[in-house]
Ligand binder design. Sequence first.
Ligand SMILES: *[C@@H]1O[C@H](CO)[C@@H](O)[C@H](O)[C@H]1NC(C)=O
Ligand SMILES: *[C@@H]1O[C@H](CO)[C@@H](O)[C@H](O)[C@H]1NC(C)=O
Ligand SMILES: *[C@@H]1O[C@H](CO)[C@@H](O)[C@H](O)[C@H]1NC(C)=O
Length: 308
Amino acid sequence: MVCTKMKLVYAFILVVGALCLYFSMEPFKELPFVLKKDQGKFLRLPDIDCKQKPPFLVLLVTSSHSQLAARMAIRKTWGRDTEVRGQHVRTFFLLGASDSTEEMDATAQESEQHRDIIQKDFKDVYFNLTLKTMMGMEWVHHFCPQATFVMKTDSDMFVNVGYLTELLLKKNKTSRFFTGYIKPNDLPIRQRFNKWFVSKFEYPWDRYPPFCSGTGYVFSSDVASQVYNVSESVPFLKLEDVFVGICLAKLKIRPEELHTKQTFFPGGLRFSVCRFQKIVACHFMKPQDLLIYWQALESSQEQDCPAV
Ligand SMILES: *[C@@H]1O[C@H](CO)[C@@H](O)[C@H](O)[C@H]1NC(C)=O
Ligand SMILES: *[C@@H]1O[C@H](CO)[C@@H](O)[C@H](O)[C@H]1NC(C)=O
Ligand SMILES: *[C@@H]1O[C@H](CO)[C@@H](O)[C@H](O)[C@H]1NC(C)=O
């Protein structure tokens, strides 16, 4: 009797031990790998001839199939083809492939109509954001190296294209330039069940190199080619902004401030006309708010606001 009880205890310890071992080994399943350049085909390309008419600024907006309302709001607001001080600005959306034929068909139609979609055949899921960003870099490298600047941003953002253009013209740095909301020394999140968990096998060091919040960063277009080039030798990381930061560190390009005042707001910012006249990017923007805020800004005059 005692003997069977002991056997059961031993069996229990063995099972628990095996489970512990299994879970501690789990990160091994995510061994580091590197991205291959030229991976996958472009399914859709936008209507632009950068050689003929080089844009000053190209905005690349990560988006997913279901975010049609956001794309429509952006097309009507900051994503409109525009000229600022004679500088040409264009906006394109970055998409992957959906499992749903309906979504793929709808996107194909949308692309026919608006001709502003860049799409490749990787699976469009949140944790493929790095692939989406690198698709943007590849597109700039292959199809639009003539652009002066590129911004990578998201579909839930407000972007003040006019003010950004002004600041870029003032800064006048057109190579090896990278800016945004700088995170100088973020730590990897090591709690396994956190959405942004990164194992020591994926990233063994204690700190990330400086990077800019993925909500919106801006760079001179040569950086796209260089990041694309170096990406093959950087272990894949699902956090696209950190991944780009690691590429920049390899290239010895340091993110720098665009302006003496804060202009990128990844944490959001309460709207006021005067406030939004002097910012570049703001996160957590709903499509319907974007339309309202944009109209308020369009009908305002700079001189209505106190000089700062
Ligand atoms: C990312 O896309 C690739 C290529 O389509 C796919 O094999 C992979 O499963 C996707 N990643 C995730 C996390 O779903
Ligand atoms: C911009 O910088 C270049 C040199 O990098 C210089 O020749 C040019 O005058 C500058 N333009 C302005 C407007 O400051
Ligand atoms: C890409 O990398 C190779 C080798 O690392 C280098 O020789 C080449 O100049 C790079 N090209 C660009 C566009 O940076």
